[in-house]
Design a protein. Structure first.
Length: 280
């Protein structure tokens, strides 16, 4: 309760900046009230719509590519019979989650740089042309998504593995007696057992469709792929911290919060109507 009061509800006072011509020296309360003028200015800017489009696009593609990865990995780990190999595999898969995105960005440039990256050096030694993984927007998009899967999939398996431990073992034993194979048991026992967890996490992910982390697109992105790498978080950073337009930056953040709330309530309502399951 103390954490949420201090770090979640307390800072909400700062939302007032979005409705004021904020002056750093006058403070929030003494700054001039301008109503919705800041939002009108934001919605007139073309770069805002580019950042908004890219945020939705990257999050949607992440949902398609990265969301199923932990489910598949968890099922594969669950099916492993050799205990020591299972533990080693889990440790290796968890490791990328604890690596800073700054370090991951350095690794990405070392591996995928057009002229000096390990991947392209190997391709050129085999007589193949170098692939612009980081300078062509379409290849960059594939690199961005692949890096995200590598970084997050292993850690995401923890929740699904916990859910798998709650499935009644007698169901598997009964299925074996009936002659069910491994894939049949996965289809009719494992996946249905994971369904409540999958729906809950899907609702939570849908609620964050307009929210995107700053580090990943900023570290991996560059000027040549700005058409895809410019997202709302980097947009807020540039207009807020670099340009000092705090009112505009706060307005974008407030817009993200409202739209995110609408998304998560809508996703929860749809899930409740279709599956009779709700997290709210």
């Amino acid at each position: 309760m103390l954490y949420f009061l201090l770090f979640k509800y307390g800072p909400m006072y700062g939302v007032l900046i979005a409705f004021k011509d904020f002056n750093f020296f006058q403070g929030i309360w003494a700054s001039k009230w301008i109503g919705l003028d800041t939002f009108e200015e934001i919605f007139k800017r073309r770069d805002f719509y580019i950042a908004l489009r890219n945020t939705f696009m990257l999050n949607f593609l992440d949902l398609i590519v990265s969301f199923p990865a932990p489910i598949v990995l968890a099922i594969m780990l669950h099916e492993l019979k050799v205990s020591w190999f299972k533990k080693v595999s889990q440790a290796v898969l968890y490791l990328p989650h604890f690596i800073s995105w700054v370090i991951i960005g350095g690794i990405v440039y070392q591996v995928f740089a057009t002229n000096t990256g390990i991947a392209n050096l190997l391709l050129m030694k085999m007589g193949l042309p170098a692939i612009p993984f980081l300078s062509d927007k379409n290849y960059w998009l594939l690199t961005y998504l692949g890096t995200g899967v590598w970084q997050s999939a292993g850690w995401g398996t923890i929740i699904y593995l916990a859910a798998l431990t709650g499935i009644n073992k007698e169901l598997y034993e009964a299925a074996e007696v009936d002659g069910a194979g491994r894939f049949t048991k996965i289809r009719y026992i494992t996946v249905p057992g994971l369904k409540p967890t999958i729906i809950t996490l899907l609702i939570m992910n849908l609620g964050h469709m307009i929210q995107i982390g700053f580090e990943r697109p900023y570290v991996i992105g560059n000027v040549t792929v700005r058409e895809y790498s410019e997202v709302l978080s980097t947009f807020v950073y540039k207009i807020g911290l670099q340009s000092g337009e705090y009112s505009l930056a706060t307005a974008v953040g407030f817009f993200q919060a409202v739209v995110g709330l609408v998304f998560i309530l809508s996703a929860n309502w749809i899930a409740k109507k279709t599956t009779e399951q709700s997290i709210l």
